[in-house]
Design a protein around this ligand. Structure first.
Ligand code: FNR
Length: 370
């Protein structure tokens, strides 16, 4: 058994050792120069704390509520593709870990375990992430399956009209294994000119014409709450309504929440770090719908910083896959537990006995440095 990691970054190294290079690169890589990939992590480093002292922190309550679901901490599992490349149990192991940590798992549209397998494997609260295909029937079928299998919300990923250019996958000639949920629905290609069939297939199937009006279509086929993932600007947070009243674009189309995300820096390089984009969206949305964020969260201090800047919770992507690759279900559990422990310590040392106590005044961003 490999050494017990003491933080999330050590899980990344264990995953690198455990996985074939092609798969490790698939999980770890970002778009083009990977500038945003580094920034997602480094932008957190430029935020410091304004701790309060002499606050009673003998009891710390990390719990929070997201869309009426009480979870043990504001840390959720982001949708990431193809968990069976990391571990033969795939998303089933991840869902079990989510259940034992009492948190929410967002299952990826491109999962390697089926919706039904994941639903049967644990009683975790599950959301289902959606891509909209040119063949709308495929997306509609999957929405119905998610609904039938007790998924509690849909997460529409809206930053992927086409797949970003992930050069490691191109170099490695990354071949995607069959996607369980899409069996019989898609004609999967085996290779492409770029050597990355994942990219070729996605660009062939993804509906690049998707726009805000299509949210109405989505709402017409489901009663589940819909969150939009991939918002990075105030403009996508709000539009000028005819009345001149600033209303929320997302609220107008009836979304239940927003996820500020740059897709783990796998789409457009030189997108801002999500922690840097968060406040702009928070100010536009003005509390009318909950805002979550993901990208580069590796420490409990990062979770705290995201909450201080207005997020209700964070999602973690790569660390979960690294935990899974290194130590299976136990590894995912450890990743979440370690992040929770670090977050709890941060709350104690900043003088915040509960998540409600975390405020904008507990952090100082680079612009505010004195
Ligand atoms: C992703 N992400 C992603 N997002 C999504 O909506 N659907 C998906 O299928 C995937 N697949 C996927 C695969 C891999 C390997 C990665 C790393 C990421 C993006 C994911 O949900 C999330 O936005 C980021 O992973 C968050 O950044 P960190 O935590 O990985 O830094």
């Amino acid at each position: 058994m490999a050494a017990e990691p003491v933080n999330l970054n050590e899980f990344q190294e264990l995953a690198r050792l455990a996985l074939p290079k092609m798969y490790y690169d698939f999980y770890a890589g970002g778009a083009e120069d990977e500038h945003t990939l580094k920034e997602n992590v480094e932008a957190f480093h430029r935020i410091t704390f304004r701790s309060r002292i002499l606050v009673d922190v003998s009891r710390i309550d990390l719990s929070t509520t997201i869309l009426d679901y009480k979870i043990s901490a504001p840390i959720i599992i982001a949708p990431t593709a193809l968990h069976k490349l990391a571990n033969p149990e795939g998303e089933v192991a991840t869902a079990r870990a989510a259940a034992s940590c009492n948190t929410i798992m967002v299952l990826s549209f491109t999962s390697s375990s089926s919706i039904e397998e994941v639903a049967a494997s644990s009683n975790a609260v599950r959301f289902y992430q959606l891509y909209v295909f040119k063949k709308r029937d495929i997306t509609a079928t999957l929405v119905q399956r998610a609904e039938r299998n007790g998924f509690k919300a849909l997460v529409l990923t809206a930053d992927t009209p086409r797949l970003g250019r992930r050069e490691a996958d191109i170099k490695n000639k990354m071949i995607t294994p069959p996607l369980k949920n899409l069996e019989g629905l898609l004609s999967t290609k085996v290779s492409s000119d770029t050597g990355s069939n994942f990219e070729a297939d996605a660009n062939e199937t993804m509906d690049a014409s998707l726009s805000w009006k299509d949210l109405e279509w989505l709402r017409s086929i489901t009663n589940l709450p819909i969150l939009i993932k991939g918002i990075l600007t105030r403009e996508d947070g709000k539009i000028k309504a005819p009345s001149d009243d600033m209303t929320i674009k997302a609220v107008e189309v009836g979304v239940a929440g927003i996820i500020v995300s740059n897709h783990g820096a796998r789409q457009l390089d030189y997108s801002p770090a999500t922690i840097s984009a968060l406040e702009e969206v928070v100010h536009a949305v003005k509390g009318r719908v909950p805002i979550l964020m993901d990208g580069g969260v590796r420490r409990g201090t990062d979770v705290f910083k995201a909450l201080a800047l207005g997020a209700q919770a964070v999602l973690i992507g790569r660390p979960v896959v690294y935990g899974l690759a290194a130590k299976g279900e136990y590894g995912v559990r450890r990743v979440i537990e370690m992040l929770k422990d670090e977050f709890e310590l941060t709350m104690a040392l900043t003088g915040c006995p509960s998540v409600k106590h975390i405020t904008r005044k507990h952090v100082r961003t680079e612009q505010e440095r004195i």
